[in-house]
Design a protein around this ligand. Structure first.
Ligand code: FES
Ligand code: MG
Length: 568
């Protein structure tokens, strides 16, 4: 089989000279141009993405495996997205990363791709780009940090920050203790070690069949991650010979498996948006309602923060994702193909569950506790709520709305002792959607107002067009569609209106007469666009709503790997 890299390195004459000669400048010998698979190692390493800071070392292990199997590894950087650093939100740039990955793969002489990812958006962004090129593709995530430690206890990335912030507000924790917790929380390489978005997307990549079995949970600093990365390097060379492209691995059945796995994991709501976007790149039909339909009967099996108690290190020792998938097999399509070349069922046949961090199928932590999709006059195109992270007593609730038109307005009011709020209030946040913010930040889990925290209130219903961090919790309705900045009904809510949430009935209702809503709609003015040049402008002009995955409209689908033109 002639590989696409042969169009560069196998050429005679001027072009072949140019392609080979400049590569030789790096000290490669003649044999690397003999037609062997060229494996692109697409690296989201950056010191500004601390979760991915060790990925260059991991790349060395992948390269070792590629050489071993007779391939030629070439590592290249792509844009990196550091969740904790990037303003105004890393999500604004997920699609930009996807374009970088897509064009870097298509434009270069590579036959296959290994995607090195970790921090939240780096996994879906890389997968979206690779899906549009459709080469043989294998994901190697960087793995979670070791468990955080503070005062002799385990503390989870993100989750403990939200908890400690409430504790400080309620006077249960001093500022000095709060500061001391910083160094204990993040004490090794790796991504957040709660079942936040990074851990969730690592598990999604594995459940989709795109990462070697067992990869998602191995701690970043565990030597076994490096061994597995070497194995991934070997396997991608075999996949190239087998022409096992991403579209041959991933089907609708793979997405159904991943969605069900996410419910069993108590995984992040962000997976909804990312999986919708990846599926749309591949042309696999997937809709927001599938997330509810596929998960209604799925037991919640994994006792990890933010919904449960433990952390990723515990999850790994308990058997990791293969043990969960084996428990779930009766509910999965075991015939779904994976990057191993074998089916999901074959991959997990020998997996063992070695502690109650992972519950057996018959003794779950709950059933149907996954992502519920809500609809109603407040969210005609849908909204989501993570049931396992919500307070049971608030899942059916009617309350008076207190409305904020920006997160800054909310932050300015949150400590006000005179804030007109009680335990039944529904906090409503507008203009935090994909177009409005822009980039749909993780601010939907608005901090509980200090006044309520001091009274011991730990949760209130919150409704917005924002996302929330996968490490966060609470009775938080997210991703309201259409968003307020495009004139969705969320824009029409006023302080004093009654909002009704009924999760069992999947309903989100604004109890205001239709003629009054029509009057407000006629008065509504779109907010001014915060940025009108560069990427933010392109994004604002083309971003799709959350129910369609927040991709840019012109990036949906595939263009394949052919270029058809020389560069000289
Ligand atoms: Fe990078 Fe949480 S901040 S994974
Ligand atoms: Mg996040």
């Amino acid at each position: 089989m002639k590989l696409r890299s042969h169009e560069w390195f196998g050429e005679s004459g001027r072009n072949g000279f140019i392609h080979r000669s400049w590569m030789k400048a790096q000290g490669f010998s003649e044999e690397v141009f003999d037609g062997r698979p060229v494996i692109g190692i697409c690296n989201t390493w950056s010191e500004l993405t601390p979760c991915n800071a060790h990925l260059r070392r991991l790349a060395e292990s992948v390269k070792r495996g590629v050489w071993q199997a007779g391939g030629f590894p070439v590592e290249f950087p792509v844009m990196s997205l550091g969740e904790t650093m990037l303003r105004p939100t890393a999500m604004l740039f997920r699609n930009l990363l996807s374009m970088d990955v897509e064009e870097s793969l298509r434009g270069n002489p590579v036959d296959a791709a290994v995607l090195l990812t970790g921090c939240d958006k780096t996994t879906p962004g890389s997968l979206m780009g690779a899906a549009s090129v459709d080469l043989p593709t294998l994901v190697v995530t960087g793995g979670p940090m070791l468990n955080g430690k503070f005062r002799g206890c385990d503390i989870g990335s993100g989750t403990a920050v939200w908890q400690f912030t409430q504790d400080v507000n309620a006077g249960r924790m001093s500022e000095a203790e709060f500061a001391a917790a910083e160094s204990g929380m993040s004490r090794s390489n790796g991504h957040c070690m709660t079942m936040g978005t990074a851990s969730t997307m690592a598990c999604m990549a594995e459940a989709l069949g795109l990462q070697l079995p067992g990869s998602a949970a191995i701690p970043a600093v565990d030597s076994r991650r490096y061994g597995l990365a070497q194995r991934a390097g070997q396997r991608i060379v075999e996949m190239t010979h087998e022409d096992l492209r991403m579209s041959r691995v991933v089907s609708r059945a793979s997405f159904a498996n991943a969605i069900r796995a996410n419910a069993a994991l108590g995984g992040s709501t962000n997976a909804v948006i990312h999986l919708l976007a990846i599926a749309a790149r591949l042309g696999v039909p997937l809709a927001l309602d599938d997330f509810d339909a596929y998960t209604a009967d799925v037991p919640w099996l994994v006792d990890l923060q933010p919904s449960g108690h433990y952390l990723m290190e515990d999850f790994y020792y308990a058997g990791g994702l293969p043990a969960v998938l084996r428990e779930l097999l009766p509910l999965l399509d075991g015939d779904a193909l994976t990057v191993t070349g074998a089916t999901l069922e074959a991959n997990v046949a020998d997996a063992e569950r070695s502690s109650d961090v992972i519950r057996p199928l018959g003794e779950p932590l709950g059933v149907g506790a996954g992502t519920a999709v809500l609809r109603g006059n407040l969210a005609p195109d849908g909204a989501v709520i993570k049931q396992s992270a919500a307070s049971p007593h608030l899942l059916r609730h009617r309350g008076r709305a207190l409305v904020f038109d920006s997160i800054e307005a909310y932050d300015a009011a949150v400590d006000d002792p005179a804030l007109d709020v009680d335990a039944d209030t529904v906090l409503v946040l507008q203009n935090a959607g994909p177009r409005g913010y822009p980039g749909m930040p993780e601010v939907g889990n608005m901090t509980i107002p200090r006044k309520l925290a001091e009274q011991g209130v730990e949760d209130v219903v919150r409704v917005s067009d924002a996302r929330m961090s996968g490490t966060a919790y609470g009775t938080v309705v997210l991703h309201v569609c259409p968003e307020s900045a495009v004139g969705g009904p969320l824009a029409l809510v006023r302080t004093g209106d009654t909002v009704e949430l009924d999760v069992p009935a999947r309903r989100l209702h604004l109890d205001v007469p239709e003629d009054e809503l029509a009057r407000r709609r006629a008065e509504w003015q779109p907010p001014e666009r915060p940025h009108d040049r560069g990427w933010a402008r392109l994004y604002g002009d083309h971003v799709l709503q959350a129910d369609q995955g927040c991709d840019l409209d012109f990036l949906v689908g595939q263009s394949g790997s052919a270029v058809g033109r020389q560069s000289h």
